[in-house]
Design a protein around this ligand. Structure first.
Ligand code: IPE
Ligand code: IPE
Ligand code: MG
Length: 262
């Protein structure tokens, strides 16, 4: 990176001060297959092009000082897909880990993975672990890849681990609170997403971060993931900044206390 963040062309067009930007953005990267089919290409070409969108979104989040970017790469339900498509996705994952390593290090990005390891080929896991290890001390944007991830499976794993502690006499049921559940999730130690982006127009969560998105702002675009670019990310951030987050409370205290007497 040769330019300082504040002078990049993208930064100039965002016009949202850092403190109004989401600290954590989560993305359901959808529509790779549809994009490819629209171009008359096989579905896997959509996945291949999607890697470029991952690269650009990651670098842009890093430039914009976004604390964390969590990307839904493979759901626990995606194993229903044909073996050839899954093999290609695993190949892409491994390639990405190898090819992006220097860029990740140059951008001070810290890589994490959430999800279950089962089903991920050993060679891809090795490359993943290498990148995770190498980037552990980086303090820039945290890039969290959700691979073989399912929100229900994550909650199930958390419940099992708590139940085991209760059975062993190490934990009282009454001592289980929200923060303890947080600690048992794959995302332990991470802040909840502030902004959830979904590409390709579907109005659903598809088993992503069920616990963590309780108060995330949802932003959906018709654009498919392979065509998602910096201006789309900026628009999502601008829209986020213009939203009013109430967390169940009220915007402002009533100006006239007698309003409350009704
Ligand atoms: C998202 O694109 C990538 C993964 C789920 C792995 P899709 O492959 O779901 O593309 P569509 O939704 O079929 O267009
Ligand atoms: C969600 O997309 C999973 C990922 C983006 C990895 P899907 O394409 O699997 O979601 P559904 O099946 O349309 O709900
Ligand atoms: Mg899809």
């Amino acid at each position: 990176m040769t330019e300082a963040p504040s002078t990049s062309a993208h930064e100039r067009t965002l016009e949202v001060p850092v403190e109004q930007r989401p600290r954590h953005i989560a993305v359901i990267m959808d529509g790779n297959g549809r994009w490819a089919q629209r171009q008359g290409l096989p579905r896997i070409e959509g996945h291949r092009r999607g890697v470029e969108s991952v690269r650009r979104a990651t670098e842009e989040c890093s430039r914009l000082d976004i604390g964390q970017l969590t990307l839904y790469c493979l759901s626990s339900e995606n194993w229903k897909r044909p073996a050839e498509e899954l093999d290609f996705l695993m190949h892409l994952l491994e390639q990405y880990m190898i090819e992006e390593r220097s860029r990740i290090m140059n951008n001070n990005i810290r890589v994490d993975v959430i999800g279950r390891r089962e089903g991920i080929p050993a060679s891809a896991q090795r490359e993943l672990d290498k990148t995770i290890e190498m980037s552990r001390a980086n303090r820039g944007t945290r890039l969290c890849l959700a691979i073989n991830y399912g929100g229900r499976g994550e909650l199930l794993d958390a419940v099992r681990s708590l139940a085991a502690d209760v059975k062993a006499g190490a934990l009282e049921p009454d001592a289980i609170d929200e923060s303890l559940i947080d600690e048992r999730l794959y995302t332990a130690g991470m802040a909840d997403p502030d902004l959830l982006i979904r590409t390709a127009g579907e109005m659903r969560i598809s088993n992503f971060l069920l616990w963590q998105i309780s108060y995330a702002e949802i932003w959906i675009t018709e654009r498919c993931w392979p065509e998602f670019r910096e201006p789309d990310l900026h628009q999502a951030i601008r829209d986020f900044a213009a939203r009013e987050r109430r967390f169940g409370g009220l915007t402002e205290a009533p100006t006239d206390p007698s309003d409350l007497s009704l």
